[in-house]
Design a protein around this ligand. Structure first.
Ligand SMILES: *[C@@H]1O[C@H](CO)[C@@H](O)[C@H](O)[C@H]1NC(C)=O
Ligand SMILES: *[C@@H]1O[C@H](CO)[C@@H](O)[C@H](O)[C@H]1NC(C)=O
Ligand SMILES: *[C@@H]1O[C@H](CO)[C@@H](O)[C@H](O)[C@H]1NC(C)=O
Ligand SMILES: *[C@@H]1O[C@H](CO)[C@@H](O)[C@H](O)[C@H]1NC(C)=O
Ligand SMILES: *[C@@H]1O[C@H](CO)[C@@H](O)[C@H](O)[C@H]1NC(C)=O
Ligand SMILES: *[C@@H]1O[C@H](CO)[C@@H](O)[C@H](O)[C@H]1NC(C)=O
Ligand SMILES: *[C@@H]1O[C@H](CO)[C@@H](O)[C@H](O)[C@H]1NC(C)=O
Ligand SMILES: *[C@@H]1O[C@H](CO)[C@@H](O)[C@H](O)[C@H]1NC(C)=O
Length: 808
């Protein structure tokens, strides 16, 4: 720290007293910023000035924050050197540096200290949030100094995170020490440049999250996000290695922040909104935790438990592994000798490569050389291409343990080859042979028994609906229990209302929460019919169907007791401004999967064939983990063994979800359910209702809109409209949309069965047919009434119309 010549102090006194008045974005020689004065960027987004943490008015910092959110401080100049009191000013020194100085003592607390500074520079707070020092008349981006080169805990668009290779400077983010102390904390987020770049989050020196290595296209283990809000740019050349965000859509603001609790978070603010949305975070799941499964293992999100040893490896400590403590990892089943044993390599794809700890890299080797080199060197445990462009090139070799491998499906594959004793793989072949033999035997037997079963079943088919009531153990609740549980059907306990009656929340004496559906009394249904139909529903057991716990028929009262779903129904989420944020792409996909499985069960896997007839968002309930459960079988129909279609004169259902053949001809079948499922799927992806969809450029409903986008190859834009889906894998979304379109095709015979829908959804490699035009996509008829729902549905008929008779 240095003391300025006294002349400088004199110069300063005058402006200190007058200050400057109106907010500007530029600070010139002889001007100062004191407490209460600020610079404001030209578009009013950012503001620079003094602030102090809430717990201490005696520690002052110079920083930059959002003008509308003074609490969100994106940059701090003197992070480590708080200043004491109001005799401090920010100004430009005679030799052109930006300085924080005490005008009484002349003591300098902080200085931009740029080697390029020259007299006459001016400081300007740019609209990007960058504070720059530049020559007086120089408007080029040739800055003498810029705050973007000295990140605090926030990465703003346009700011580079990474290396200037010629100067050796690595710009990285550091968390605050704590809420009131901006000095550097122990969480850092930086680009490591050892071998190939990796993006690493650390707590102290310990890695807690890692993406990489860079493979020429993306970071191994990450997916190519697509969105219309910002672009992620990664530059890797001889001068620089850096990551940067660039805003595409100027109506939003984004920032990336290193959270003190050890997370990197991306926040987004939409124009005119007053709260930030957390759109992405570094450790999204367990497998994102660095080295979660220990050495030589692989973390698989889709399996339970998540950790598996690599093939040919076994847990180092079986007892620890058994109690789900993975930290000691895995060791080889067959110890690898050196030259004498034959070696093979196991090819593994769709994974994030292990961390670059003990490794070597030769960028000019081919995979063949790489193989040969690794084979030669006994301590080489694995190899891989380092660059996947142009068919792949470069050679990574790993020595020692393989750490932090996770399963990840990527379109552009990068394979890793893991050294194995040849015996390991040969064993595998032998067991496979034996397995195949056994399997084919079993299959043969199964086929024979199936044929026999079919024969018997065919004979019995006529009596398929003669249900025996006695073997079902459905609890009958007595009226008093139910009355007490629902506080005498109190108004405050009402959680829903439908055409069949009111739904109350109840608490049984055991503490179990239930939903009680009190059916309208004028149903005219006999007790016996009611019971047998209830039993029919009670027999349906699937994790994606809402579970019926019992019923309570007493006098005229007909009540059904269901499991209670704390999260209400899907429409309550996807169409709600705030709640929809909870449904990110992955969750939405899981919901779609769940519904498809539940529906498949109804159509095919349950003992009956059931057509639901009223699939819609409000009939998909969500449990505490937001798992979907199909509910409301009030309109469901059962079909006999070979029956595939039926006709009704009374078309009931909900417009927007009903297929053309059903609305027009009253024909319903599994394929009409498939149509409703397709609508549901597209609504889940777009967050828009089919019926009430509006677009400025056409009058189609949602199906029509999707069809237009699809024909123009822009289907993914459907998801772009939904901020919550900012981060999605384009190919996954487009695939899903295609499946949705296949389901809503006009002709029932063109639509897939639920069985193929489930296969198409769960297996990315299954090729999809091209969809034909959807049913009901043209301009809607505005005279149509909105729904044929609830009220109009059927007070006349019995409530649970799973009536076998009409279906035949
Ligand atoms: C700064 O102040 C000094 C002394 O008051 C004056 O000589 C000089 O011209 C001023 N410079 C500018 C750019 O206003
Ligand atoms: C501010 O700090 C200076 C130097 O540290 C000291 O001389 C002065 O008395 C302080 N003023 C107040 C109001 O605390
Ligand atoms: C400015 O930088 C020089 C070296 O570049 C260093 O010696 C000096 O201590 C720095 N001054 C401040 C105030 O940071
Ligand atoms: C990298 O640093 C050198 C030396 O400080 C500087 O001359 C060069 O402009 C920097 N490069 C970039 C792209 O900022
Ligand atoms: C860090 O992230 C957690 C989880 O999102 C959040 O609860 C907490 O408030 C964040 N802390 C800060 C300082 O932003
Ligand atoms: C897991 O096992 C390690 C020894 O490998 C032990 O140090 C650690 O405390 C165990 N963790 C838990 C949670 O039991
Ligand atoms: C990399 O591999 C090439 C081809 O095998 C070889 O000529 C070169 O010497 C290797 N470079 C290093 C640094 O080992
Ligand atoms: C194997 O590779 C490592 C790392 O490149 C090297 O240090 C070691 O000498 C090699 N061993 C043999 C036998 O070539």
């Amino acid at each position: 720290m240095e003391i300025f010549p006294s002349i400088f102090l004199h110069i300063l006194l005058f402006p200190v007293l007058t200050g400057f008045c109106s907010a500007t974005d530029t600070l010139r020689l002889n001007e100062t910023i004191t407490y209460g004065k600020t610079l404001v960027s030209s578009g009013q987004t950012f503001e620079l000035g003094f602030f102090w943490p809430s717990d201490s008015a005696s520690k002052w910092y110079m920083g930059i924050w959002y003008k509308k959110f003074p609490d969100i401080i994106v940059w701090v100049a003197n992070r480590e050197n708080p200043i004491g009191n109001s005799s401090e000013v920010l100004t430009i020194s005679p030799d052109g540096d930006l300085v924080l100085l005490n005008y009484i003592t002349g003591f300098i607390t902080w200085s931009s200290n740029s080697s390029k500074s020259e007299p006459g520079t001016v400081a300007q707070l740019l609209e990007s949030g960058n504070l720059v020092l530049r020559g007086k008349d120089d408007n080029k981006q040739n800055y003498v100094w810029q705050s973007f080169d000295f990140p605090s805990d926030t990465l703003l668009p346009g700011m580079k995170q990474g290396w200037n290779l010629s100067s050796g400077v690595n710009r990285y983010l550091t968390s605050w020490q704590d809420e009131n102390d901006p000095s550097p904390g122990d969480i850092t987020f930086r680009l490591d440049n050892i071998g190939m770049p990796q993006s690493v989050l650390r707590k102290g020196s310990e890695k807690i999250f890692r993406k990489g290595p860079w493979n020429g296209v993306l970071f191994s283990g990450s997916v190519g996000w697509r969105n219309t809000v910002f672009k992620s740019i990664f530059v890797y050349d001889n001068e620089e290695i850096y990551y940067m965000n660039e805003l595409v859509d100027n109506s939003v603001i984004i920032r990336i922040t290193v959270n003190r609790s050890g997370l990197v978070q991306r926040y987004l603010l939409k124009n005119g909104e007053s709260s930030w949305t957390l759109v992405d975070t570094s450790q999204n799941d367990q497998c994102d935790n660095y080295g979660f499964c220990g050495a030589n293992s692989i973390c698989k999100l889709k399996s339970k438990p998540n950790c598996e040893c690599l093939y040919g490896f076994v847990p180092k400590s079986k007892s620890e592994w058994d109690v789900l403590n993975w930290s000691s990892g895995c060791v080889r089943r067959i110890t690898l000798g050196c030259q004498q044993d034959p070696i093979k390599f196991l090819k593994l794809g769709g994974v994030q490569l292990p961390d670059l700890l003990q490794f070597s890299l030769n960028k000019s080797m081919t995979i063949k050389d790489c193989h040969a080199e690794c084979l030669k060197n006994c301590s080489c445990v694995a190899y891989a291409n380092s660059d996947i462009r142009e068919g792949g090139g470069g050679c990574f070799m790993w020595f020692g343990d393989l750490i932090d491998i996770r399963e990840y499906s990527q379109e552009k594959q990068q394979y890793i080859y893991i050294r194995m004793a040849a015996a390991e793989l040969d064993d595998n072949k032998k067991t496979r042979l034996v397995l195949i033999l056994v399997l084919s035997l079993v299959c043969g037997m199964l086929i024979i028994s199936f044929l026999i079963f079919c024969l018997i079943k065919k004979r019995k088919a006529k009596s398929a609906f003669d249900y025996k009531v006695k073997d079902i153990e459905l609890p009958m609740f007595d009226l008093t229990t139910v009355t007490n549980a629902t506080k005498r059907f109190s108004l405050t306990n009402i959680i829903g209302e439908g055409g069949f009656g009111i739904v109350y929340k109840g608490t049984l004496p055991t503490g179990q929460e239930v939903a009680v559906k009190r059916l309208s009394t004028n149903s005219g249904q006999g007790l016996q019919e009611f019971k047998s139909e209830v039993i029919l529903i009670a027999k349906l057991q699937h994790r994606n169907l809402v579970r019926l716990l019992g019923c309570c028929p007493e006098g005229d009262e007909r009540m059904l007791i269901y499991e209670y779903m704390p999260n209400k129904s899907l429409d309550y989420f996807i169409f709600d401004q705030d709640r929809k944020a909870l449904l990110k792409w992955q969750k939405r996909f899981e919901i779609i999967m769940g519904i498809s499985r539940g529906l498949l069960y109804l159509h095919q896997d349950s003992r009956l064939r059931i057509i639901h007839r009223d699939l819609k968002t409000s009939n998909i309930l969500l449990d505490s983990n937001l798992n979907p459960k199909i509910s409301d079988f009030g309109l469901a129909r059962t079909f006999g063994g070979d029956q595939t279609e039926s006709k009704t004169k009374r078309v009931v259902g909900t417009y927007g979800y009903m297929s053309p053949e059903y609305v027009v001809d009253g024909k319903f079948s599994m394929k009409s359910d498939v149509f409703s499922f397709g609508v549901l799927l597209l609504e889940i992806i777009s967050g828009r209702k089919n019926r009430t969809f509006h677009h400025s450029e056409h009058h189609h409903n949602l199906l029509g809109h999707v069809w237009l986008l699809w024909k123009e190859g822009r289907a993914f834009e459907l998801a772009n409209d939904v901020a919550e889906l900012l981060f999605f894998v384009e190919s996954e979304v487009v695939r899903c949309i295609q499946i949705g379109l296949l389901c809503v095709q006009k002709l029932p015979q063109d639509r897939p069965t639920m069985a193929s829908v489930v296969v198409m959804l769960s297996n990315e490699t299954v090729a999809l047919p091209l969809p034909k035009e959807p049913g009901f996509f043209v301009e809607r008829n505005s005279a149509e009434t909105d729904t044929l729902t609830s009220e109009e549905r059927c007070p006349t008929q019995n409530v649970l119309t799973i009536s076998v008779l009409e279906a035949r």
